[in-house]
Design a protein around this ligand. Structure first.
Ligand SMILES: Cc1cc2nc3c(=O)[nH]c(=O)nc-3n(C[C@H](O)[C@H](O)[C@H](O)COP(=O)(O)OP(=O)(O)OC[C@H]3O[C@@H](n4cnc5c(N)ncnc54)[C@H](O)[C@@H]3O)c2cc1C
Length: 486
């Protein structure tokens, strides 16, 4: 049996941020993730906006962590080497009466401690973002908002936690938990773990994990949301994140620049019962494009290259984040119901969980050897020609371009596979390197990535998976087919 002080259940952005925070201390911690890779739940399917924090009601848990989390991003990005852009954001109003809503958001934001909020008018709006609908009249400008790739952030947290001795176990689905006076015994499909403390960060399954220890207080239902990715060929980038006036329960259809130069449009919102179904719809495309064109008329359907979806884990009793120690089961901490803005809030949630653990009796002694820095995967496309030449001379694998759309080399893919918490699936390679994220969406490079994974992991090609055991890519040879030339 593997023994730990703390076991975190769930390897999304919430669980990995907590793992990284705990890696600063002298203790034994582990993270258990059910899927083949971390960041493969809701964390892979969202808009990546680091919301500034004007939106949540000041009395909520969301308000406590959103603004604080967003302000932690610039430093974290430097330490962990992930891409982050402080783009700011605008909530755009088109009529005089919209100033009422904008003023309310402004006041709300001030109460939440969001710095620098301002209501601005036409000249300044178009100066910040020339592509906004010319009918725009007013906007709430939030200078501290930003953008990041949520899975890149979670992977960076996990890698840094792992380098600082937190054990990250994937393919470990928690199916049972028992407790005696001192320890929890945690059972997965094939192993047992022992821990003094459990942190439940299991996303849409947060209520299931709580029920395993007899806590029936929570009900998590998914709020399904779809998003679109526009091709870089659209010919322009956006400087800032653009919101319409918010709806009753959501922030409306938002137009979002990405750190890599695409535009994302998101998100729809619909409550569902199904905790697995992220299949996208035709109606979603229309709803999203209509919303996007209202804010940025130049967005056109023909530049759409991908549609994807995610499930916001909504705790239905509170419609709020639940970040607390259980009063019923000593040592069991919940970080669940982390619907939007969970990406923005994750760093602050991690600090809050750290403090809760300390209050519950976990001894937090700072670890002298803690290294806050992570070296990211080198981005070959960013190098100068001279640097490229020199690298290829030293490591010829950087001379083989595998993904042509995003210019990703074999060297980068090897690095993605052979690092701590490395990629083991085709989607894992994609989230770490962007191979397959471009215009052809993997049409050119997918089979080449399968070959590299097969070679590096020492498994036959037909055992290389897209994402999980349900997404087999190769079923056998076609009649007359010769060995692949790769
Ligand atoms: C459409 C959409 C748009 C969004 N846009 C934004 C945005 O722009 N900005 C923002 O801040 N937030 C946004 N969000 C919210 C954000 O995505 C979530 O708040 C965040 O990803 C939640 O992370 P998590 O780690 O709590 O959950 P998850 O990422 O779902 O992680 C939970 C993990 O637990 C694992 N797990 C479950 N059961 C078990 C088990 N039994 N054993 C072991 N592991 C288990 C899962 O496999 C999963 O990996 C959006 C969400 C959606 C759906």
């Amino acid at each position: 049996m593997l023994k730990f002080d703390v076991v975190i259940i769930g390897g999304g952005i919430t669980g990995t941020a907590i793992a990284r925070e705990l890696s600063k201390f002298d203790l034994k911690a582990a993270l258990l993730e059910a899927n083949m890779d971390i960041a493969s739940g809701t964390t892979k399917g969202n808009g990546g906006v680091i919301h500034s924090g004007y939106d949540p009601n000041p009395s909520t848990m969301k308000a406590k962590v959103n603004c604080k989390g967003a302000l932690m991003y610039p430093k974290l990005a430097k330490e962990l080497g992930f891409e982050y852009k402080n783009t700011g954001s605008m909530v755009v109003g088109f009529e005089d009466k919209d100033t009422e809503v904008l003023n309310k958001l402004y006041e709300n934001g001030k109460k939440n401690g969001v710095p620098g909020l301002r209501i601005i008018e036409r000249d300044e709006i178009f100066k910040i973002e020339p592509r906004v609908n010319r009918a725009a009249k007013y906007a709430l400008y939030a200078p501290t908002a930003g953008i990041a790739d949520p899975f890149e952030v979670a992977i960076a947290f996990a890698e840094n936690a792992s380098e600082n001795d937190v054990k990250i176990y994937r393919n470990q689905k928690v199916v049972g938990i028992t407790k005696n006076d001192e320890f929890f015994n945690i059972t997965t499909q094939n192993r047992e773990y022992q821990a003094r403390f459990i942190v439940n960060a299991a996303g849409v399954y947060g209520d299931y994990i709580a029920k395993l220890v007899g806590i029936e207080d929570y009900e998590i239902k998914p709020r399904f949301g779809e998003l679109l990715v526009m091709d870089k060929a659209i010919g322009f980038e956006l400087n800032t994140v653009l919101f319409p006036l918010p709806g009753n329960r959501t922030k409306g259809i938002v137009v979002i620049p990405t750190v890599h130069g695409n535009i994302i449009v998101g998100s729809t919102a619909r409550m569902t019962e199904d905790k697995e179904d992220i299949s996208v719809t035709k109606e979603g495309i229309e709803e999203l494009l209509n919303g996007a064109k209202h804010l940025v008329p130049d967005i056109e359907k023909r530049f759409l290259i991908r549609q994807f979806a995610g499930l916001r884990p909504v705790e239905t009793n509170t419609n709020d984040f639940v970040i607390e120690a259980s009063k019923k089961v000593k040592g069991f901490i919940n970080a669940i119901g982390i619907q939007s803005p969970g990406v923005a809030s994750a760093p602050a949630i991690a600090e809050m969980v750290r403090d809760i653990l300390s209050n519950e009796g976990l001894d937090l002694k700072e670890k002298k050897s803690f290294n806050p820095y992570r070296t990211p995967i080198l981005d070959f496309s960013e190098l100068t020609d001279e640097e490229k030449d020199e690298l290829i001379r030293k490591k010829p694998s950087y001379g083989r371009v595998i993904c042509r759309c995003e210019t990703v080399t074999e060297g980068e893919i090897l690095s993605a596979i052979n690092r701590p918490v490395g990629a083991v699936t085709v989607d894992g390679v994609k989230r770490r390197t962007r191979a397959g994220m471009g215009r052809c969406q993997g049409g050119f490079c997918q089979h080449r990535i399968v070959s590299i994974l097969s070679r590096e992991l020492g498994i036959p090609k037909d055992e290389v998976l897209l994402e999980n055991e349900k997404s087999k890519l190769i079923f056998g040879k076609m009649k007359g087919q010769e060995e692949s030339r790769e």
